[in-house]
Design a protein around this ligand. Structure first.
Ligand code: EPS
Length: 383
């Protein structure tokens, strides 16, 4: 399953085309829109989210609530477009539209202008804006719908915002998805969530922005998804690439990730037990559900670090692209913290990779064929 998107942040709409969707996936508008709402909410989001109420309009690939095996095309309108018809006019405007020429450190502004020759940073930032991730989340909702048929769920929670974090060694298997969904910072611990909100308030007051760390979990996976035989089959590589494709993501690890490097081997791996009744079992999941480029049947644990959003109300030093003079970086309306939203976007990216991995192993034309192949595989693996 692959997707491509189009659309500028303040243009008329975002567009996504999702290809290689098997026929027979049950889909409803409400479940796609529910994912879009999850991406929009979150403490620390800016004024834009009060304007938008994202809804996907499906244009193709679905008939009577089921996918038919053709590409799914969808659009998400930008309500804010009404306020930007001159600035973002497709064919030109009579209005004198001011150019943006002070690149923000940390954003795509400078390298994007250098790369394309643009004389107005808006040509770059409109597409580099994380607004585009709404189209990814709608695409991921289709992958999640397929995974539901296959008994797989994808969830997330926020581990830290700024320097406020859950205690080290927080038991991932005990994270309550209901509590996370009820939290506006996607944090499973109410006391830590309150401190996260205070940190966001303080950052806003200071004209600052905050990053953080989130975790995506996928449950119900069979072992053997991905592959060890060629570099491009390794699921770690595909998942890493997908999560790194989200704006502002600067680090990705699986399971205990970087911490494994400092441990002796006996404390880095997950001992295997077998009993005829229970089959293969592990007491630990340091590998985060991945061994040898494949799922191993444990919960997939993907952790990602998001840098603080580069738009600062107390801007860093920059220079004017036209005059060369030292100026403050431009201020744009933005979020103070979008870590909870990024976690939802990462769920979508992980779901799309997992849906493709299932299609690669069990066939990608027809959901009932996939389920039959999956059942046969499970029967072969049974103790
Ligand atoms: C976003 C929409 C944007 C920003 C944010 C994410 O809307 P606007 O630019 O109109 O305020 O709120 O984009 C960024 C943080 C960024 O760096 O580009 C969204 O829909 O998620």
């Amino acid at each position: 399953m692959r997707y491509t998107t189009a659309g500028e942040s303040h243009g008329r709409a975002l567009v996504a085309i999702v290809s290689d969707v098997p026929a027979g996936v049950s889909l409803d508008a409400a479940s796609i829109d529910a994912e879009l709402v999850r991406r929009q909410i979150g403490y620390g989001r800016g004024g834009r989210m009060k304007i938008e109420s994202d809804r996907a309009i499906v244009l193709s690939g679905v008939r009577f609530g089921r996918t038919i095996g053709s590409p799914v095309a969808l659009t998400i309108g930008n309500r804010d477009w009404d306020n930007w018809t001159d600035v973002m006019s497709v064919w030109g405007s009579d209005e004198d539209v001011a150019r943006l020429t002070a690149p923000r450190p940390g954003h795509a502004d400078l390298a994007g202008c250098q790369k394309t020759g643009a004389g107005d940073i808006r040509d770059i930032l409109e597409r580099a804006s994380a607004r585009e991730t709404a189209a990814r989340v709608a695409s991921g909702a289709i992958a999640k719908a397929l995974l539901r048929h296959l008994g797989v769920s994808v969830e997330s929670f926020v581990q830290s915002i700024g320097d406020v974090a859950l205690v080290e060694g927080h038991d991932i298997s005990k994270v309550d998805a209901v509590v996370v969904e009820a939290s506006d910072v996607r944090c499973p611990d109410d006391a830590v969530a309150a401190r996260m909100r205070s940190a966001i308030d303080m950052a806003k007051e200071a004209g600052e922005s905050l990053g953080g760390v989130f975790v995506v979990l996928a449950k119900g996976l069979v072992p053997g998804l991905g592959g060890y035989a060629q570099a491009d089959q390794r699921l770690d590589a595909k998942l890493g690439s997908a999560v790194f494709s989200i704006p502002a993501i600067k680090g990705v690890e699986f399971g205990d990730g970087f911490a494994l490097a400092a441990r002796p081997g006996s404390h880095a791996h997950d001992a295997i037990r077998y009993s005829p009744d229970a089959g293969v079992q592990r007491d630990t999941n340091r590998a985060g559900g991945l061994e040898g480029g494949m799922t191993n049947g444990e919960i997939l644990v993907v952790r990602a670090a998001m840098k603080p959003i580069p738009t600062l109300m107390t801007p860093l030093a920059s220079f004017d692209l036209v005059s060369g003079a030292a100026v403050d970086a431009s201020r744009e309306r933005s979020d103070v913290c979008a870590v909870p939203a990024a976690a939802v976007v990462a769920e979508a990216e992980v779901a799309l990779v997992l849906a493709s991995a299932y299609a690669a192993k069990f066939g990608g034309d027809c959901v009932s064929d996939m389920i039959a192949a999956l059942d046969a595989y499970r029967a072969r693996l049974a103790p």
